[in-house]
Design a protein around this ligand. Structure first.
Ligand SMILES: *Cc1c(COP(=O)(O)O)cnc(C)c1O
Length: 379
């Protein structure tokens, strides 16, 4: 069974039909508490709903198989999963994180994280050699955890996970990767040396813009994973059973959706790559700085996320943003519908995002229709 391809695992999820009815899709378990035996034991092995829910098992198991890990946990959102990792560290621990990454997490780290005693060092992941920048930032001081996001929001800069893992491990740190954009279809960070993988499952894994969810997958069922389980069970950032059910339903078409979005994003990137009105940021283009690394560590595509920097600055970018007809003006990504966003205005004054940048999440529409929409908005 271990040799089955991701497409087969996804299509067949959750595996064998459930007893007693042999249903092809899993039931939703809504109980928050479970009855004890007279011996005070729990015959079903479950105690209380904050520890987990049988409705999570299929999605967690599927993700563990896709990532090639030891175990996975669902959380109430991507942020709940990501912040659980940092909250499992001790006050005074040093973490090294990218300068350009998912904005809300960086903001949480340098405000709430530091308030709780974390020492947060940012490294320049947009440097010509981001691994060298990481090595310089880890330096000789002790580091507990290195966090990567690749491709990174919203410039899609890529970092070599295998090389970064060597740097992190040499510094005695764990390596965690936010792999939301790549998904387990395009990249498997654990196989490249990472210790933990996080997904905002709100995005591609669910894929329909109707569930908030986060996941963590660990390479080893070790002490740190035990601390993360405590973070979820006692911190309470757990998702609901219906949301877990919707997540699994979305995941079953993950490979089709990611493949299609990647192909369309590539077509759009190629269409605009030599257009003087815009600069295309997309790891699939050979001219993109991280292309070679992306081509090595991503398999089958470069994701559906891309950005355009509009020649003429913020005003031209906002005019184009306002004229789009098919692209929906909304935050988030990874849904079936294409979205566009002026990132600098949502990230606010502390954002490192250029103000001429429009971020696009490419959905499942026809590539020609999307290109025509972008063309009419640029004209
Ligand atoms: C959306 C997102 C998150 C946060 O996930 P939520 O489910 O919104 O909390 C984290 N990282 C990346 C890359 C994201 O796109």
């Amino acid at each position: 069974m271990d040799s089955l391809k991701p497409e087969t695992l996804l299509a067949q999820a959750p595996g064998h039909p459930a007893a007693p009815y042999g249903e092809i899709v899993p039931p939703i378990h809504v109980a928050t508490t479970y009855e004890r035996g007279t011996d005070l034991g729990y015959p079903g092995g479950r105690v209380y709903g904050r520890d987990g829910n049988p409705s999570f098992t299929a999605a967690e198991g599927l993700l563990t198989q896709l990532e090639g890990g030891a175990a996975s946990m669902l959380f109430a959102s991507g942020m709940a999963a990501a912040t659980a990792v940092f909250q499992a560290l001790d006050p005074g621990d040093r973490v090294v994180v990218p300068r350009v990454m998912y904005w809300a997490l960086r903001h949480w780290l340098v405000t709430e994280g530091e308030r709780r005693g974390l020492k947060v060092t940012l490294f320049d992941n947009l440097a010509a050699d981001p691994v060298a920048a990481l090595a310089e930032a880890t330096g000789t001081r002790p580091v507990k955890l290195v966090w990567l996001e690749t491709p990174a929001n919203p410039t899609w800069d890529v970092i070599d996970i295998a090389a970064a893992a060597k740097v992190a491990h040499a510094a005695g740190a764990l390596l965690a990767v936010d792999s939301t954009v790549a998904t387990p279809i395009l990249c498997r960070p654990l196989a490249l040396g990472a210790d933990l993988v996080m997904h905002a499952a709100t995005k591609y894994l669910n894929g329909h813009s109707d569930v908030l969810a986060g996941t963590l997958t660990t390479a080893r069922d070790d002490d740190f994973w035990a601390r993360l389980k405590v973070q979820r069970a006692l911190g309470g950032g757990i998702m609901g059973p219906f949301e877990a059910w919707l997540l699994l339903r979305g995941m079953r078409t993950l490979s089709l959706r990611v493949g299609r979005a990647s192909t369309t994003a590539m077509a759009i990137a190629r269409h605009f790559q030599s257009d003087p009105r815009v600069a295309v940021l997309y790891p699939g283009l050979p001219s993109f700085p991280g292309h070679e690394v992306a081509a090595r560590q991503m398999v089958g595509g470069f994701s559906g996320m891309m950005s355009l920097r509009v020649n003429g600055g913020r005003d031209r970018a906002l005019r184009m943003h306002g004229r789009l007809k098919l692209f929906r003006r909304a935050t988030s990504l990874g849904g079936v519908e294409s979205l566009v966003e002026h990132r600098a205005s949502i990230e606010g004054p502390t954002s490192p995002c250029p103000d001429d940048l429009l971020r696009m999440s490419i959905g499942l529409e026809d590539a020609g229709d999307l290109i025509a929409d972008l063309e009419q908005a640029l004209a």
